[in-house]
Unconditional design. Structure first.
Lengths: 414, 414
């Protein structure tokens, strides 16, 4: 069964919004054995919507459409749907009652005529209830093809997908599809490929490997497909573990376990260690990544963003002479930041960053992109120097990932 | 001229990677007067690539393709290109020299056979140099249609686009396309539509308006198109200002000026004010948003992430009795956090957050989603209570945006 995801919206075609809906739906469909063959985007015009629906119906037999169902004038999807399916809009009493209920209980602003038009739906559609918004999902079947329309607001799309759609689609595939993505740091795509060449030559049918390089790390994704779910899981286990063994020095766990931040927190929890951070150039991103994980509060004690130079003295008591002597972006200051933070917060391990993310040179003479990352534990305190290039966003992102990697290695040693 | 963006990659079809390349390219093309009509994604197989190229060539006359040009075995694009354009691979001496130079100067690991195959390119292609990687861009012309292949790694794609492609495409369109996106907070799509109905009825040809709701805010995008660039700019100015005037109480500037964080920093700079943050449930995200902006260090003094309850005492000296009496998630503690941070850091204004982002109840009895946001200035200190629902990521995001909004309002008052 060929599946197509179609997203409607000029905001996608002008690059204002990134198509996260398509990624979310694709991943959800994989969990019920459905693979997406096409993702497409069209604009907010009657002709564009009709043309995109026609193209999709020629090549796919399950089509999931998102977007274009809001109450304002730029939303033309419902009219195009009626045109395409030779249907007409009629008021759905149940949906009307739901909209009025939502306004009374949650939205708490007066209901407007435009909101009421959200209850006008094509008569042939099976309505998929939207418990968190006013735009209903719709299900059509014609010529053995299924077309589903979902709201474009991510939270509403997710609600309808999870509560109304996945169960209905669950029977369509008996395939099991699972992914296992190994996270590696510190080696390029080609060098990795050489090291795991023997394993890759052994990969059986139904198991494939892809390389995903970005931000100085390479992710290796194994995808297994089979009608036997146990076989799928065994393939990922066996071959994933073989690759991990070949790459033991650069492998940092699996993305499906949540990536570096949650694994770091888990490892610290097992070892009964606590963590604190003191950031300058990364500006809170390390703290933000760690605290994004549920349960972080039992391991992550606290973080400091000592952004201006004087604050390193103000908040942590780092001596102005040290900063004067070595410069604020230096091994010595990174070490002192990490150690002072560990002592002040009582955490077992502290990590620090000081550097210049650009675009201009700041309170030091170092090149844009230079970052020192410090680590302090009861046993020792040290810092390493890096250069992460001259694009501010990349410097911050790479420095934050590198800091998490150094923290992870240190926790693993304990 | 119809433009299609085609992205190749299984990682997109399984939802592992979000298609940021398409958004980036679409926005860049708009700046040179080109509008994207179609965005599509296909998988990493010979058949899928050929089929997608055929579909694109039927409906578009400029096709920009990204992805599938890496050195490892999962990349089949070059073979498909040869098939599609009836071409063959041959070694490009200049590209080979560039790859060897890159390895000597930047990559600093031994060059591998797989890297050298990156110099094998279709003989009919005009090569677009990739200064930051080994995968070259390629330009084909056939039957009055242009097809361009770009690397999939975002940084490399951006390099080739900016240095090799935009100038070549610049002559294709005489149209000016500009967007102006007004940021509003606090009112729903339908209510906004009613308030600006009179302006919307007045919109002339060549000017359109779209509503983009998400995370409790609505963005209003005006798009102007014309062959006369001055007219385009005047339309956005006049109608954007009229809408902004109607929505003065909920309008927070334009997204093209960078969004809330940079505008907040600009306003603070004008008024010579400095800012500090003390975050609990938002875990560093407010600091992270502010410090992402170039030049933040002259306004943003420092931030604290007092994550564990005891750290609110440890770092800021908040009395354990206050926390005991009112609970750690309370107006009183939010106010005290903001005030203590302002005094400790010497900033003119401090913002604080304390709440429970879930999924479980923490060190207080409040419902998941409850967040108190505090503000402290020399004149006064106060806090407001919010509930941002029960999804951790949404609670953190909405609380961070709301905190920036409150900070902005406070700075504007000064």
């Amino acid at each position: 069964m060929k599946v197509e995801l179609l997203s409607i919206g000029d905001e996608l075609l002008i690059g204002q919004v990134v198509n996260t809906n398509a990624s979310y739906i694709a991943a959800q469909l994989n969990t019920i054995g459905l693979e997406v063959a096409y993702i497409s985007v069209c604009g907010d015009s009657h002709e564009a919507i009709i043309e995109a629906l026609q193209t999709a119906h020629k090549r796919a037999s399950l089509i999931l459409v998102t977007g274009g169902l809001g109450p304002t004038k730029d939303d033309l999807t419902k009219e195009a749907i009626c045109d395409f399916f030779d249907d007409r809009l009629e008021e759905n009493k149940e949906v009307l009652a739901h909209i009025m209920h939502l306004f009374e209980t949650h939205i708490q602003t007066p209901i407007r005529p435009a909101n009421l038009t959200q209850a006008l739906l094509p008569s042939k559609a099976v309505v998929l209830k939207n418990g968190v918004g006013t735009a209903s999902g719709m299900w059509f079947e014609r010529d053995k093809k299924i077309t589903v329309f979902l709201p474009g607001v991510p939270r509403e799309m997710q609600y309808v997908l999870e509560h109304e759609l996945l169960d209905r689609l669950g029977g369509l595939s008996s395939l099991s599809i699972r992914h296992r993505t190994l996270l590696t740091y510190g080696l390029g795509e080609s060098a990795i490929a050489e090291r795991i060449d023997a394993v890759v030559s052994d990969l059986p049918d139904g198991l494939s490997l892809a390389y995903l390089p970005n931000f100085g790390r390479v992710r290796l994704r194994l995808t297994a497909k089979d009608h036997d779910q146990k076989k799928v899981e065994a393939l990922l286990q066996v071959f994933g573990d073989r690759i991990a063994a070949e790459l033991a020095d650069i492998y940092f766990g699996d993305e499906e376990q949540g990536g570096l931040a949650p694994q770091l927190l888990n490892l610290a929890l097992q070892k009964q260690l606590t963590v604190a951070s003191c950031e300058s150039c990364t500006g809170g991103r390390i703290a933000s990544y760690l605290t994004a994980i549920p349960g972080a509060s039992s391991i992550f004690v606290s973080g400091l963003v000592a952004y201006q130079t004087a604050q390193k003295t103000q908040l942590l008591g780092i001596s102005p002479e040290l900063i004067e002597t070595y410069s604020v972006v230096s091994t010595e200051v990174a070490e002192e930041m990490a150690q002072a933070t560990r002592l002040k917060t009582g955490a077992s391990i502290a990590v620090s960053t000081t550097g210049n993310a650009g675009p201009e040179k700041g309170d030091s003479d170092v090149d844009v992109g230079t970052v020192f990352i410090g680590i302090s534990t009861e046993e020792h305190t040290f810092a390493h120097e890096f250069n992460f290039g001259n694009l501010r966003e990349r410097v911050v992102e790479k420095a934050s990932l590198k800091a998490l990697e150094m923290l992870y290695r240190e926790i693993a040693k304990k």
